[in-house]
Design a protein around this ligand. Structure first.
Ligand code: PEP
Ligand code: MG
Length: 659
């Protein structure tokens, strides 16, 4: 059984997507391979998968052989076509599941001309921001193997020792993953490293070398060097950066074999600049990140895991200094510019004053936005504008609350369905929705019913092959045809409504009967729960406005529902007849096109005239350049990625004072 597809995973199957893909593949008994350009590798090895260097928009084939081959191919193709489909416990932070944007492209490290007499080192601008602080040099000693040849009767014992060390490293990483203080992004990185530690490519090579008489430490160093060299040779700078990850994992295994501990980062003083030749992503993820003022490294680039962690924690970083890192070994104070990629060692008074001013200005800007966390923005007439969060899992609650979300304007339930190998039970769904309701009460939590279709299949629902899945059996259409699945979700939502302010919205609505038929099902579910003696409560029912049909019948639709939420992502693709996944027509996919803005305005007018709440949960809701127009149209709720919330509140607050 095999099927080909075009990969839609952002930036291809690099570390974390590869980890997810492997996890998905390992859920099936069948042998599964991924084939690109005639080369086939096991889909159950993340190292092999990464080395296949599959990029976004490339064609690949998923091939499976075994009892559950059909399901395996369906699930893996589903993931490749919709990256969100593979999100699991180690999913990335952020609504889109993407990493914090990488800054300027990598520049080759070189010495910059000293502009002001102060020696400046040039590296890769890996995480924006400026910092100045005491240098904290972190140069753990190199590890070398004893280089002893094993006797034949020692080999079995050495293999056991190696397997034990791998298990210890994995257990440590699992413990780190189990702790709650890792961000979702860091969790994904640690999970990717754990997979490298267990990957057949590494363990197989080490075992082969030990079998040939190498001691375990030497074998790990050699095997890690071979795999790292493979990563370095791939024509993809993202994959090149994985070489450092392989070395870091190898180092952890060696430390366990040698009974040594890694030099700790625990003692880093507040605001200090961490200087290292290389820092394992695992070490950095566990370090007291709040105390680290900046990071400077000999290794790494804009796409290395150190850079990703630094960006997601707002820590300025300059990486890839190469051997010049040694010039910082004895530094007392360091100033770094993560925008330009400069490092200044022991800055003079003028440089210190300049950096201090820039650091203060940046902090002021951040603090300036922070004050909006608790703000309840209002229009000039006093109407509150709810600024809510778009989330897709319980793990994102904290980030939303930290940002100051006034509830959830879109809870995408697809992830709940996609992250499991079978349909989630009513109890499991009720638990998830209840936890969400409790976390945000008394604010509302708008849960969107399952929005799934032929473009993103899930285990447990058979989808027909469709020429145009975006125009096919998806969202409310599929749910109404499958009351067994839909009623389970509606019952769970009725049960969760007891615990907070749950609202429910329907995706992809194009005619009024879809609402009336849903309402009948909700009533049926409520009657069943009552008969069963199960506590439940009613909820407001609303619709997403994301089809041109819904816009055109909005006045009539508004009489049937409690609220509208405009889904600009789909509304734009349907109004403009431009596939939201097709880069060739990306230009047409523009929410600011007058046709789309007119559709939004028509919707707002219909909702306002009927006296119902009109909100927006598409990407456009977080755009400061568009928010004033939406508020003027009458929208009173804007739901967005947590990262956009404070700026949105500021934008709305500024509108009120303009009047
Ligand atoms: C939308 O279409 O604007 C929306 C919010 O839904 P999704 O992006 O999940 O389709
Ligand atoms: Mg949509």
């Amino acid at each position: 059984m095999e099927r080909s597809t075009i990969v839609r995973v952002h930036e291809g199957l690099h570390a974390r997507p590869a980890t997810r893909f492997v996890k998905l593949a390992k859920g099936f008994e069948s042998d599964v391979e991924l084939v690109k350009d005639g080369k086939a590798v096991s889909a159950k090895s993340s190292v092999k998968l990464m080395l296949l260097a599959v990029k976004e928009n490339q064609e690949v084939t998923v091939r499976a052989n075994g009892a559950d081959a059909i399901e395996a191919v369906e699930a893996l193709i589903g993931y490749l076509e919709n990256p969100r489909a593979g999100l699991d416990d180690e999913h990335e932070a952020g609504e889109s599941g993407s990493e914090p944007a990488a800054p300027a492209p990598e520049a080759a490290p070189q010495a910059a001309a000293p502009a002001d007499g102060t020696p400046k080192l040039q590296g890769v601008a890996a995480s924006e921001g400026v910092a100045i602080g005491l240098a904290f040099a972190h140069f753990p000693p190199e590890i070398a193997g004893p280089g002893r040849r094993l006797q034949a009767d020692e080999i079995e014992g050495e293999l056991e020792r190696f397997r034990g060390a791998v298990a210890t490293v994995q257990a440590r990483m699992d413990r780190t993953l189990a702790e709650n203080n890792l961000s979702a992004g860091d969790r994904g990185i640690v999970a990717a490293l754990r997979d490298i530690a267990a990957d057949d490519s590494l363990t197989g090579e080490v075992e082969r070398l030990i079998g040939g008489g190498d001691d375990a430490v030497s074998a790990v160093i050699a095997a890690a060097a071979t795999i790292a060299a493979d990563f370095s040779a791939v024509d993809d700078h993202y994959l090149n950066a994985r070489a450092d990850d392989v070395h870091a994992v190898g180092r952890q295994i060696c430390l366990v074999l040698l009974g040594q501990d890694e030099v700790s980062l625990e003692t880093i003083p507040q605001g200090a600049i961490l200087i290292a030749d290389d820092i394992g992503a695992w070490d950095l993820a566990r370090a007291p990140l709040k105390r680290i003022g900046g990071v400077v490294c000999g290794h790494g680039g804009a796409t290395s895991h150190i850079a990703i962690i630094a960006r997601s924690h707002g820590i300025p970083a300059v990486l890839g200094l190469g051997d010049k890192i040694n010039e910082l070994r004895g530094a007392r104070e360091v100033a770094i510019d993560g925008n330009g990629g400069h490092v200044i060692v022991d800055p003079d008074d003028a440089t210190r004053a300049d950096f201090t001013r820039r650091v203060d200005a940046a902090a002021q800007e951040r603090a300036g936005l922070k004050v909006f966390k608790g703000v309840t923005p209002t229009r000039a007439d006093g109407t509150v504008i709810e600024v809510a969060a778009n989330i897709g899992s319980l793990e994102e609650i904290e980030a939303a609350q930290e940002a100051g979300a006034m509830g959830v304007g879109l809870f995408r339930t697809e992830l709940l369905f996609m992250r499991h190998m079978h349909l989630p039970s009513e109890d499991m769904q009720a638990e998830t929705y209840s936890a969400l309701a409790k976390a945000f009460a008394p604010h509302s939590v708008i849960v969107r019913t399952l929005d799934i279709g032929g473009d993103k299949p899930i285990a447990g629902i058979e989808f027909p092959d469709e020429e145009n899945p975006f125009l096919g059996w998806r969202g409310i259409r599929m749910c109404l045809d499958r009351p067994d699945i839909f009623k389970r979700q509606l019952r769970a939502l009725l049960r969760a409504a007891v615990h907070g302010n749950i609202k429910v919205m329907l995706p992809m609505v194009s005619e009024i009967s879809e609402v009336t038929r849903t309402r009948a099902l909700v009533e049926e579910c409520a009657a069943e729960l009552k008969a069963e003696g199960v506590p439940h409560a009613g909820f407001d029912l609303g619709v997403m406005i994301e089809t041109p049909a819904a816009v055109l019948v909005a006045p009539a639709l508004a009489k049937e529902v409690a609220f509208f939420s405009i889904g600009t992502n789909d509304l734009t693709q349907y109004v403009m007849a431009a596939d939201r996944l097709n880069p060739t027509v990306a230009k047409l996919n523009d929410v600011t096109n007058p046709a789309v803005m007119a559709a939004i305005e028509l919707t707002a007018k219909a909702g306002v005239a009927a006296g119902i709440m009109v909100g927006m949960c598409g990407e456009a809701a977080g755009r400061p350049d568009l928010i004033p127009a939406f508020v003027k149209m009458g929208l009173t709720e804007l739901s967005m990625s947590p990262a956009s919330i404070q700026r949105a509140k500021k934008t709305i607050a500024a509108m009120a004072t303009e009047k």
